[in-house]
Design a protein. Structure first.
Length: 380
């Protein structure tokens, strides 16, 4: 089985510095270095497609551009790339969401994937008119996914739930293929929702031992539901020809972290209700020292960015070995990013993917035979 790699569309802006934001914190000023225009995002998307990434993740929230609209526009500039669209169930009716997904599938030739984000920050949810607490939001997500999945199967749905109610709901045209659902969450109720409804469970880039615990937890819950779930991981990457070059880049990013910005971001993230965000913060504790928390796993990104806060840093060979280490635990999909996203896509795609291809762990998804990038490792 070939590993699956996705890249990231920085709809909050891009830079040679880390663009902060997420989980209730605003995007940092560096996000204005390369504004998230359709033209620039399409450059990244086309590069990802050519290099062999299956899809691109787009975030959701007040700190970035709307994922649905942006990906619909960018899709016109690509041919085969899929779009892992993040959205929050509480902001749109399940019937409308099912219809939107069905339309997206038809208009793009089946290139939609859905990343369901329940929403970990009550103050941000309230800005959108959602006043449920965190556990209630997860229960609503369960009802939402039940309705959407039934509609995608062509059923007429009547449901009177705790939070959602639909009557005689149905779609005129069902999506073909049905979009796969991606989902992440570290709280007990998040695990229950994942076990019942999702195709791929995503975790942020924690050290392998912690990732192994999460996989075992969700796998066990899914087995009780008579289901199986695939697993993915969300990481940044800084990969170069040599480890020294890669760590030099990481230290450049760290040197660009203004102490006042770090203090402000950490204070904001400390108020997060997200269990996953709490686990991210615990990896570095707001401290600039000892940020390599596992060989080639660097927690520095999380000093100024909410959500995914760790990066794989090292030579192409070292990063490939860390990917193999996570794969051995059960991770089959990798959702990656790097600053700036255009250049880092090439460093990873031309440096790491050929090494994985040579070991039979990856093949270019859009080529019937090996591409030049899968045959000749990139060197500078």
């Amino acid at each position: 089985m070939s590993l699956t790699f996705h890249w990231f569309l920085p709809t909050n802006g891009d830079s040679r510095h880390v663009v902060g934001g997420g989980h209730g914190t605003p995007a940092t000023a560096f996000g204005r270095n390369r504004t998230p225009t359709v033209a620039y995002l399409s450059q990244i998307a086309r590069a990802a497609e050519d290099l062999g990434f299956v899809g691109v993740l787009t975030p959701t929230g007040a700190w970035c551009e709307d994922a649905w609209l942006t990906t619909a526009m960018v899709s016109r500039h690509t041919e085969r790339l899929k779009f892992l669209v993040a959205f929050r169930p509480g902001f749109v009716s399940p019937t409308l969401a099912a219809q939107m997904a069905s339309t997206f599938q038809r208009q793009t030739g089946g290139r939609l994937l859905l990343n369901v984000v329940t929403g970990g920050e009550s103050h941000e949810q309230r800005a959108y008119g959602d006043f449920l607490d965190k556990d209630a939001r997860y229960r609503r997500t369960g009802e939402f996914l039940q309705i959407v999945r039934d509609l995608w199967e062509g059923k007429t749905v009547d449901l009177s739930g705790e939070h959602l109610q639909v009557e005689d709901a149905r779609l005129a045209r069902v999506p073909d293929p049905v979009p796969e659902v991606y989902f992440g969450g570290s709280s007990p109720i998040a695990g229950e929702i994942a076990a019942r409804h999702v195709d791929v469970y995503l975790t942020w880039g924690e050290p392998p031992a912690q990732v192994a615990e999460k996989i075992a937890w969700v796998r066990g819950l899914a087995a009780k539901e008579g289901r199986t779930v695939r697993f993915g991981i969300r990481l940044h990457v800084i990969t170069r020809d040599t480890a020294e070059q890669a760590w030099t880049e990481a230290h450049k990013l760290l040197d660009g972290f203004d102490p006042d910005t770090v203090k402000s971001v950490q204070a904001g993230l400390a108020r997060s209700e997200s269990e996953g965000q709490r686990r991210m913060l615990a990896l570095h504790g707001g401290n600039r020292e000892d940020l390599e928390i596992h060989p080639n796993l660097w927690a520095g990104i999380g000093l100024v960015r909410g959500g995914a806060g760790t990066a794989l840093v090292g030579s192409h060979d070292e990063v490939a070995e860390r990917i193999k280490e996570y794969h051995a635990l059960g991770i089959d999909e990798f959702v990656l990013s790097g600053y700036p996203h255009l250049e880092e896509a090439y460093w990873f795609g031309e440096g790491v993917l050929p090494r994985l291809a040579a070991q039979g762990l990856w093949q270019h998804p859009f080529a019937p035979t090996s591409t030049p990038a899968a045959q000749v490792p990139f060197t500078s």
